[in-house]
Write a new protein. Structure first.
Length: 236
């Protein structure tokens, strides 16, 4: 059967790319999922940043006539609970007048707003707990569906980009620390130097500079099972 050419249209997130299904190209769908993972990873660094005496960009604040505060008050707004009332005040330019926040929406408020909005566009699910990890996980699972259905997915992408930038400034642009995989040897060099990468991929890397072996999440699970079986066999 002879068919005609498949119609393509400019991607809403990057007009240099074209999609064959509304509204976003495959490249930008992947990027958007990765951006959400970055938000969760950066947010996890906030507790450390709150107690560091550094300003935005990681530069130490000096020359103040007042003693330094024990917490980084410039980033407290980002950590406040989800508050849709604050969102409405923000939209009217009134945030900070009669609210606990000083003018910046919290990360959970921004994410919660979009989760609520997505539910009105035939994107299935129930509203998650209004915490940053839960909201990010909920949005990531549904981001592909939202790219198909939501006509304002470009606005969502813009706000997620801004949120990630705010979190990066709040943490001084700190590199997200990988998580050590204690007790599991590298399958290549046999050293206990495996770490889970902090990019949201779930990949495992050997921190030994002479090895640097990489395992995907599924490969790591299989390797852990083999290691466990070997230990049990040796102990028998």
């Amino acid at each position: 059967m002879v068919t005609g050419p498949v119609a393509t249209h400019a991607c809403l997130l990057d007009p240099r790319h074209h999609y064959q299904r509304a509204y976003v190209c495959d490249h930008c769908r992947t990027w958007l999922g990765d951006l959400l993972a970055d938000i969760a990873n950066l947010y996890a660094q906030i507790p450390d940043a709150l107690t560091h005496g550094t300003g935005a960009g990681g530069q130490r604040v000096t020359g103040s006539f007042e003693p330094p505060l024990p917490l980084r008050v410039d980033i407290l707004d980002l950590t406040l609970p989800a508050n849709q009332g604050a969102r409405r005040l923000y939209a009217r330019g009134l945030l900070g007048l009669d609210d606990d926040q000083t003018g910046t929406l919290s990360a959970s408020t921004i994410l919660d707003t979009w989760a609520r909005d997505w539910l009105t566009y035939d994107i299935p699910g129930h509203l998650p707990q209004p915490t940053v990890p839960a909201l990010v996980a909920w949005l990531r699972v549904r981001v592909d569906r939202a790219c198909d259905l939501h006509p304002a997915i470009d606005e969502f992408a813009d706000e997620m980009r801004d949120l990630a930038a705010a979190l990066r400034r709040a943490t001084g642009g700190a590199t997200i620390r990988p998580q050590r995989c204690d007790g599991v040897p590298c399958r290549r060099c046999d050293l206990l130097t495996l770490v889970r990468l902090a990019d949201g991929s779930g990949d495992i890397e050997c921190a030994n500079p002479e090895c640097r072996a990489i395992m995907r999440a599924g490969e790591y699970i299989t390797w852990c099972r083999l290691v466990s079986a070997s230990i049990k066999e040796a102990a028998a």
